[in-house]
Design a binder for this molecule. Structure first.
Ligand code: ZN
Length: 876
């Protein structure tokens, strides 16, 4: 819990560690309430840290210290001191063996950091600073050590796992058993892992490019053993992909994944022993949706790729988090794009970025991808560090091109293998490998905020010259320095009057990457007979907002003709935003609402176009979420947004009903389920049509929904029908569907999480009362982050309409839950509070209520560092 005053940590204060740990021998005797941990550390003075022998400072939280010895002699109490942060030990020689015994209580550890129990299974989560809850240690990523781990446990925990290779296993004299694991690669403490439990596993092998055979194992509870196949297939694909695309081969004899029900994050890349949130690894056609299948493939890939970008080369300090996360998210996004539809993957990622990361970058916790200070590092596992970080790496890829980027990444791995690096090291490798200058590009690492590009154009009929003027700016917050111009790659095409790409230069290219480096810059193109229409920021080549005065007609033209699939979708989004903005204005000024007929026809054209990828059609049809509309507005009027979007949705649904039904029926073939890209695309369009049809609230449409609910052969179709029913069905039918679904799936944890989430995000009036009942439901568990995310997160993040009720009831309810949850799991509590912290962007009535809810949290006192940081930064 909170120290007197939570301390801010600054990047500029970084210092190399005073002492290094050459080897770490750990010995665990597992007991639910009293686990004994013995550590033996081979320590030496860091030659780079200066003269003398300062005290050895070890981090430690919630540990019961039993004894300390140096070179075999127990230390007298005068030689060490227990502090708020851990231990301070007086040292009189530059090299020694330190032995510490301490006790911990895994059963009562509800923070899910360090060693804890989940359904009777012991497991660990050490990133970022969880290892200090296991034993006293220099718990920082730049201290890398070779670990050997012995686990002793009763035999009702038959599986005993840790990092590396197992080197010993056997019985103890007292009836327990043990296993010893040795990790030959030096690693920081955050990559340590231990698992002990009654688990089964599926096994496979992978032959690496150099011909070594690696054993692959996925561990889970016996009841879930049939749900591991997809993750195993994904793992093998990821291993091949990393060899092909990055030349990276796996390095141990064994690679293990363990599924855990109680987990704060999605998954964790511990060396050789990845620990996964069950929801991110377990899937079967009956129980998992298409998006779950795709998420699993991407997360299995992500964690596997960390073996090089994160583990072999790790981060020097936590300010460099984006070094491993931005790069690895970029790698997993490319992997998913190669395995599935590239355009749809890009659309999904950009939607997430624009809706949520842009909002974060405009909010009170706004920070650069390499933050320069923090109170609690857990609060910086953000979309900015991960997703914007990945966009920054993608821009390097765009600027350098595929081959040069690979040369840069090869040099980076070669230079920094086995060490802790910085974002600067990464850029330097890209520069040195390719003899380029990325000085200006570095500003992306130190500047927060979403840059805005204003683009205007002109055409000289006499000379056939077309020019684009680009100005860049970046909104800064009161306490930030003025931002410097960034180096921004803008990929463009120019469409002629027939909708074809024009030739842009002597090389005959139809696309060009403009490098914007100045506050204002002019780009010229010649040889045009008529003024072309620009297709700007193709493939979303930079994480920026582009403003260009497109007319509705031009957007419809791009939507029909742009050869860049991403921009085709983007034109549809701009068009929808334009319409929704108009509807909001009309609503506020009391005018009758109406949707332009041209817009409806544009949607109809897309809907009936059978030459388009059905997944793309679905993405284009889907209106921007209320949340993303809110992000686009300078001042958020929640009620107007809801009314405008509801009106647009219902109008489109009614006008397009015949075509929607036609496409639905054509796609509703009862094929056996397969999570391949083509089938996923078809189901995506089918269920988008279904949800539009439901929005008409006509009996025949709702009968189709009911029928799909009753006959669905896979979870994608079943969940889509349930969701449509929950939002549009008649009350008795909704109740019986909810009950029926629960009775059928109540023993399947992942399906129950889905079921909870669908209810909490329902836009129906009166949902808050239902949510208050849901948190008393036997399936809900406040100590399980997945359940909290499903119910409370679903309400605060995915139920725009009901969360933003004008009486503030949604905010006060969430605030109450945050205070309670903070005592159990501070990390999860700090994430839950975020939607209330953006009060400054809301119109007066709501912003006042949000502030009041935040003040209530602050006044409750005794907050964790996690919640304190988020709330206090937003309220001041
Ligand atoms: Zn990661």
């Amino acid at each position: 819990m909170q120290d007197a005053q939570p301390k801010t940590i600054y990047l500029k204060d970084y210092q190399v560690p005073d002492y290094l740990v050459d080897s770490t021998d750990l010995h665990f005797e597992l007991e639910p309430k009293a686990t004994l941990v013995k550590s033996q550390l081979k320590i030496r003075r860091n030659p780079k840290a200066g003269q003398g022998l300062p005290p050895l400072l070890l981090d430690g939280v919630d540990l019961e210290l039993l004894s300390i010895a140096i070179d075999g002699s127990i230390l007298p109490e005068v030689s060490y001191q227990e502090t708020l942060q851990g231990l301070s030990i007086l040292v009189d020689k530059p090299e020694f063996i330190l032995e510490i015994h301490n006790r911990i209580n895994p059963e009562d550890n509800t923070s899910l950091e360090g060693l804890y129990l989940s359904n009777g299974m012991y497991c660990t989560q050490c990133e970022a600073e969880g290892f200090r809850k296991i034993t006293f240690y220099p718990d920082r990523p730049d201290v890398m050590s070779k670990f050997t781990t012995t686990i002793v446990a009763p035999k009702d925990h038959p599986v005993l796992l840790s990092n590396g290779n197992q080197i010993d296993f056997g019985d103890c004299e007292d009836g327990r058993h043990f296993a010893t694991w040795e990790d030959p690669f030096a690693k920081p403490s955050y990559l340590f892992a231990l698992v002990a439990g009654n688990l089964e596993n599926v096994e496979d092998t992978f032959a690496t490019s150099s011909g070594r055979e690696v054993k692959l194992q996925i561990f889970t509870e016996a009841k879930n053993i049939g749900k591991c196949e997809h993750a195993m297939r994904s793992l093998k694909k990821a291993m091949s992909w990393d060899e092909e695309v990055y030349g990276r081969e796996y390095d141990l004899d064994i690679f293990m994944i363990v599924a855990v029900d109680h987990f704060n994050m999605g998954a964790m890349e511990n060396k050789g022993l990845n620990i996964f949130n069950s929801a991110c690894v377990l899937a079967s056609p009956e129980t998992a949706t298409d998006s779950a299948f795709q998420r699993i493939e991407s997360i299995v890939g992500h964690e596997y790729f960390h073996n090089w970008s994160g583990n072999r080369v790790t981060c020097r300090d936590w300010f460099q988090l984006s070094l491993k996360e931005g790069f690895t998210v970029f790698r997993d996004a490319e992997f998913s794009a190669d395995m599935n539809s590239r355009a749809v993957k890009r659309i999904e990622d950009v939607s997430l970025l624009r809706t949520n990361q842009f909002a974060e970058d405009a909010g009170p916790m706004s920070h650069p991808i390499r933050p320069d200070s923090y109170i609690e590092i857990s609060n910086f596992y953000t979309l900015t560090v991960y997703e914007k970080g990945a966009e920054v790496v993608r821009m390097l890829h765009t600027l350098l091109g595929k081959e040069k980027f690979r040369k840069g990444s090869d040099l980076y791995f070669e230079r920094h293998d086995g060490s802790a690096a910085t974002c600067e090291d990464f850029i330097l490798s890209m520069e040195d490998a390719n003899q380029v200058n990325l000085t200006q590009f570095r500003h992306w690492y130190s500047q927060a905020g979403t840059p805005i590009l204003e683009v205007t154009d002109s055409f000289d009929q006499a000379t056939g010259r077309y020019s684009l003027k680009v100005s860049q700016s970046c909104p800064t917050r009161a306490n930030q320095d003025q931002s410097l111009p960034l180096h921004i790659p803008i990929k463009i095409g120019l469409l002629d009057v027939d909708g074809n790409d024009s030739i842009l230069n002597n090389g005959g290219d139809i696309e060009e990457v403009l490098e914007v480096t100045q506050p204002e810059q002019l780009f010229e193109f010649s040889g045009f007979r008529k003024k072309p229409l620009p297709s700007l920021l193709r493939d979303f080549s930079a994480p920026v907002k582009v403003r260009y005065p497109y007319t509705g007609k031009q957007l419809i033209f791009l939507m029909r003709n742009d050869s860049d699939t991403f921009n085709r979708w983007d034109a549809s989004q701009r068009l929808a935003f334009m319409a929704l903005t108009q509807l909001q204005q009309d609503y506020r000024s009391g005018e009758a609402l109406q949707l332009q007929p041209e817009l409806i026809e544009a949607y109809r054209d897309v809907l009936i176009d059978s030459t388009l990828d059905p997944a793309l059609v679905a993405e284009i049809l889907r209106l921007p979420s209320e949340q993303s509309v809110a992000e686009m507005n300078d001042l958020i009027d929640a009620e107007a947004i809801v009314v405008a979007r509801d009106f647009a949705l219902k109008t489109l649904a009614t006008a397009l009903a015949p075509e929607l039904l036609q496409r639905y029926t054509a796609l509703d073939h009862q094929k056996p389920y397969s999570p391949n890209a083509k089938d996923i695309a078809e189901r995506s369009l089918k269920n988008t049509c279904l949800s539009y049809l439901a929005a008409t609230e006509k009996d025949d449409a709702l009968n189709i929904v009911q029928k799909q609910f009753e006959t669905a052969g896979n979870m994608t179709d079943s969940a889509a029908a349930l969701s449509a029913l929950i939002n549009y069905g008649s009350a008795p039918k909704v109740d019986s569907a909810i009950q029926e679904f629960y009775q059928r799936w109540k023993d399947d944890t992942q399906v129950v999480e889905l079921w909870l989430g669908l209810q909490s995000s329902s836009a129906r009036n009166g949902i808050l009362a239902n949510i208050k009942n849901l948190i008393k439901h036997p399936s809900f568990e406040i100590k399980n982050p997945n359940k909290v995310r499903a119910v409370l997160g679903g309400f605060a993040n995915r139920n725009f309409k009901q969360f933003h009720k004008e009486d503030g009831s949604g905010f006060f309810f969430i605030a109450e839950q945050v205070v309670m949850l903070d005592k159990i799991n501070p990390q999860i509590a700090a994430r839950l509070v975020v939607p209330i912290t953006r009060w400054q962007k809301y119109s007066d009535d709501l912003s006042g209520k949000m502030r009041e809810a935040l003040q209530g949290i602050l006044d409750s006192g005794g907050l964790s560092k996690d919640v304190f940081e988020v709330v206090s930064k937003s309220i001041n």
